[in-house]
Design a protein around this ligand. Structure first.
Ligand code: HEC
Ligand code: HEC
Ligand code: HEC
Ligand code: HEC
Ligand code: HEC
Ligand code: HEC
Ligand code: HEC
Length: 357
């Protein structure tokens, strides 16, 4: 064994070894000899430093049971297999875009020509990660001119889904959408603004008043594996949008509990369809009368994340909705929690100039 160590030991590694063992982050599972009997060599034997090592080393322990390295088998049999989620249709491109990550890189990306990527090491700091603090060792949250340690899941996501100069064309800045100064947002950074979300299913509440109320969400409440027994985290899912449940975003859709399953986890389907808030919900979603070919998705009227313009997450999907005959496209609320308002738009050739409820 001693000889194999020499193959990867070098001055920077030795220096880091001392700083790491001095920092002695004993809470990190990866530096705990009870788990990792080969210590640093468990990962660094034959390791490619240039791009974060890629997923292969990680998967040797966090993959199928038969890939576990010899000598660790008795300790690692309980580790869950992550490769299943990464083989699903909607996934972080960990295995698809290898070799882009650099240990020296700073995120969010400032060069628009850098290819998008997500390595295990972008989301997990291998020397610090622990079950008690999954984000330990990750930096990137901006505080003025400084970068502070990441403590919340959404801060990790913003490294690549907010100000990144290389965002895909159709993607939006998630920090801007979840900003708590917006008129409406799903409550991720803090509690929401709407005090009358009549469809909410307990334990979800507008404000936390009892110990088990949930009034703040994680990205992971909506994004993650379709399999509730899979390892936690937004690794992969069979559902489009890397969602924990199905969400149809189109038009002319047959409403049922599956079509909008992700919303119906927290918003009572019977309340929405009984028009307890928007009096025309059912008519648009289930498509009675006007739309014989089905109804339209929540996505046609609501943002899933937040709206910088409107209350109630109203954001019209321009794939189906266009300006009214007088060139207006807007939502106007009439009274707070009164469930009255008006819409200026055209949809299915029906002019709303405006239509009021
Ligand atoms: C769980 C696997 C794992 C273990 C155990 C591990 N490392 Fe690492 N190490 C990595 C990965 C992955 C990277 C690349 C991180 C990146 O690129 O973001 C890395 C990077 C490094 C680097 C380059 C660091 C830099 O910031 O440039 C050094 C040096 C290093 N490790 C030394 C050690 C030493 C010494 C130990 C034992 C105390 C150790 N590692 C234990 C996975 C591991
Ligand atoms: C030699 C085996 C081995 C390798 C290689 C390895 N890990 Fe681990 N990892 C472990 C063990 C053991 C634990 C502790 C599990 C526990 O606490 O139940 C762990 C814990 C973790 C956790 C925390 C899980 C939790 O309990 O919440 C994460 C995240 C993680 N590893 C990611 C990685 C990444 C990323 C890599 C590659 C850079 C990697 N691991 C490489 C064995 C390994
Ligand atoms: C290191 C960069 C990085 C980080 C950090 C990151 N992502 Fe991603 N994410 C990507 C890349 C690259 C893709 C592939 C599509 C793209 O380029 O946006 C992606 C795709 C996604 C998708 C699917 C998008 C679609 O079009 O279907 C979701 C959802 C997502 N990420 C959520 C998250 C969440 C939630 C977090 C935080 C827990 C997170 N991401 C953290 C890089 C990252
Ligand atoms: C209440 C559920 C919910 C929460 C919470 C949520 N999302 Fe989403 N997200 C969705 C749905 C539904 C879609 C697919 C429809 C769409 O694009 O709006 C989506 C789409 C996405 C996409 C792909 C589309 C795009 O704009 O790039 C990304 C990336 C994403 N979410 C990231 C995040 C991040 C990061 C967080 C946390 C900061 C988060 N989401 C929190 C429900 C949610
Ligand atoms: C886009 C970011 C991202 C990428 C890429 C990513 N993870 Fe994760 N992972 C997460 C998040 C977020 C969690 C959940 C942390 C929490 O809240 O406990 C997680 C959880 C985990 C866990 C703990 C699962 C459990 O239920 O105990 C392990 C182990 C893990 N990841 C390993 C990996 C490995 C190995 C890779 C690469 C093959 C990887 N992750 C890639 C974001 C990511
Ligand atoms: C035709 C546009 C439209 C569609 C489609 C639509 N909504 Fe709405 N929704 C609204 C409007 C407008 C309001 C605000 C009503 C008010 O308070 O004045 C609203 C309010 C809400 C509210 C807040 C009040 C409450 O009921 O708790 C929720 C939640 C909601 N919608 C969920 C959904 C879901 C889930 C779907 C898809 C199954 C959906 N909506 C489809 C227009 C729409
Ligand atoms: C994990 C639980 C959860 C899921 C999943 C979820 N929501 Fe919500 N939603 C909430 C909570 C909690 C609030 C209350 C926020 C507040 O009080 O402002 C809320 C509020 C809303 C509002 C009212 C926001 C406002 O400021 O008026 C709308 C509209 C809405 N959700 C639509 C949706 C749609 C559409 C989906 C599916 C894409 C969805 N929700 C999925 C938990 C969820």
């Amino acid at each position: 064994m001693g000889f194999r160590y020499i193959q990867w030991l070098s001055l920077p590694v030795i220096v880091l070894f001392f700083s790491l063992s001095h920092a002695a982050d004993k809470s990190s599972s990866h530096l705990d000899k009870r788990y990792m009997s080969d210590g640093c060599a468990s990962c660094h034997l034959g390791f490619d430093f240039s791009n974060g090592g890629g997923p292969s080393k990680c998967i040797s322990c966090h993959g199928p049971a038969n890939s576990v390295p010899q000598g660790l088998s008795s300790l690692t049999t309980q580790l869950k297999d992550l490769t299943k989620d990464f083989s699903k249709n909607y996934r972080h491109p960990v295995f698809d875009k290898r070799g882009v990550h650099s240990t020296k890189e700073g995120l969010p990306e400032t060069d628009p020509s850098t290819p998008r990527h997500a390595e295990c090491a972008d989301c997990h700091s291998p020397h610090y990660v622990s079950s008690a603090n999954p984000f330990a060792g990750l930096k990137g949250k901006r505080v003025g001119n400084f970068t502070a340690p990441i403590t919340k899941e959404y801060e990790l996501c913003y490294l690549c889904h907010a100000e990144s100069a290389n965002l895909p064309l159709k993607s939006t800045n998630k920090r801007a959408e979840f900003n708590t100064s917006n008129p409406s947002y799903h409550p991720v950074e803090g509690e929401g603004k709407n005090l009358a979300v009549v469809s909410l299913i307990r334990p979800y509440r507008e404000k936390k008043t009892a110990a088990n109320d949930i009034s703040v969400l994680k990205c992971g409440d909506c994004h993650g594996s379709d399999d509730a027994n899979a390892p936690r985290g937004p690794h992969g899912s069979k559902y489009e949008g890397l969602l924990v449940d199905n969400f149809a975003t189109g038009d002319g859709i047959q409403e049922n509990s599956y079509a909008y399953a992700v919303c119906y986890r927290c918003h009572k389907r019977s309340s929405i369809l009984a028009n307890e808030s928007f009096p025309l919900h059912s008519r648009h979603i289930a498509g009675e009368r006007n739309f014989k070919g089905g109804g339209t998705s929540c996505h046609t009227c609501h943002s899933s994340h937040g709206s910088a313009e409107n209350r109630y997450l109203i954001r019209f999907n321009r794939d189906y909705v266009s300006e009214s005959s007088t060139g207006k496209l807007k939502f106007v609320e009439k009274g707070t929690y009164a469930f009255h308002g008006e819409c200026w738009l055209t949809c299915h050739g029906v002019d709303h100039n405006p239509k009021s409820y």
